[in-house]
Design a protein around this ligand. Structure first.
Ligand code: GLU
Length: 303
């Protein structure tokens, strides 16, 4: 370990849309071990900003599972559902600085737009220069501009042209909820997160998050995107793909499988060892450099 002067702050930020599955365990393991390896702190944030996708009881179940697996976080859990004021303040700042504009477009109108008909989900810019006459605001968007570049510690150099690839993106949704992109940026900055380690399914969100950090005058953390666990059909494990809850498996075996998935080489008998021994091995041997530079990989069969 590199000592106590390290300012490393990492985090795990699950969305409580179902029980913890192997894919989310992988993100928890990777983010936690990377923080510990740097002598840093590791935080837990429940991303329940998207209320319609939040499943009653899922957050408590995730916390109970993490505890059973032996995870320990270094501060009180942050709940996005309790942070609306902070998100509203960030939106006010974006509005005041002229970076956000009201948008009247319905989903239907956007789907019918010639610019999006080619399969791209880019916003066609309809309300960018003002609401069409007689229409009222449904959502708020941020003007996309510039190219976001970052060097991902696993996936290598990345760049995204915000305007060409993403378009003006939503920060306040038509249903009145703040968008994940805004919430995550505000929360990471408030917690002083220096390193974001998470699944590569969020690689494409990173440019928007870096863009928002700049507009809001917030620091940009370092990023490392882990391969996402898929089923044999190549679908990301999720509630929709009926991923099995990780709680159905013995923690030592599941933890060992997550380490192997992340390119570490746990000894074969570790899966049957006491949980504390698995953690000891993981803390002593973890190396981010061993994680494959891949966006996804098939999850192992757990017994
Ligand atoms: N809540 C997101 C998810 O569960 C993760 C967000 C993040 O790590 O930035 O996919």
């Amino acid at each position: 370990m590199t000592g106590t002067q390290s300012p490393y702050i990492g985090r795990f930020a699950p969305s409580p849309s179902g029980p913890l599955h192997f894919g989310s365990l992988v993100a928890a393991v990777g983010s936690c071990l990377e923080a510990r390896r740097h002598g840093g702190r590791w935080l837990l944030r429940i991303e329940d900003v998207d209320a319609p996708r939040t499943v009653a009881g899922a957050a408590d179940a995730i916390i109970a599972t993490l505890t059973r697996f032996g995870f320990e976080w270094d501060a009180d859990i942050v709940w996005q559902s309790r942070r609306t004021e902070a998100y509203a303040a960030a939106l006010e700042r974006l509005k005041a600085d002229g970076h956000a504009f009201p948008c009247a477009c319905t989903r239907r109108e956007l789907a019918d737009s010639a610019l999006t008909r080619d399969g791209s989900h880019r916003y066609p810019g309809t309300c960018r220069d003002g609401l069409p006459p007689g229409r009222s605001a449904r959502a708020w968007r941020v003007r996309a501009a510039g190219v976001a570049r970052f060097d991902d510690a696993i996936q290598g150099p990345q760049q995204e042209d915000l305007e060409a690839d993403v378009g003006d993106y939503i920060v306040l949704r038509a249903d009145g909820l703040f968008a994940y992109q805004l919430a995550v940026v505000v929360d990471d900055a408030e917690a002083g997160v220096t390193h974001v380690v998470r699944g590569a399914d969020l690689l494409d969100s990173t440019a928007r998050q870096i863009h928002l950090q700049r507009l809001l005058g917030l620091p940009t953390p370092a990023y490392a995107h882990l391969p996402v666990a898929t089923n044999a059909a190549g679908e990301k494990l999720s509630k929709q793909t009926l991923a099995q809850a990780i709680d159905d498996h013995p923690p030592a075996a599941a933890l060992t499988a997550a380490l192997a998935f992340l390119g570490q080489r746990p000894p074969r008998d570790l899966a049957q060892a006491p949980l504390a021994r698995v953690w000891d091995w993981a803390l002593a041997n973890w190396s981010l450099a061993n994680v494959a530079r891949r966006r996804h990989a098939v999850a192992p069969e757990l017994t």
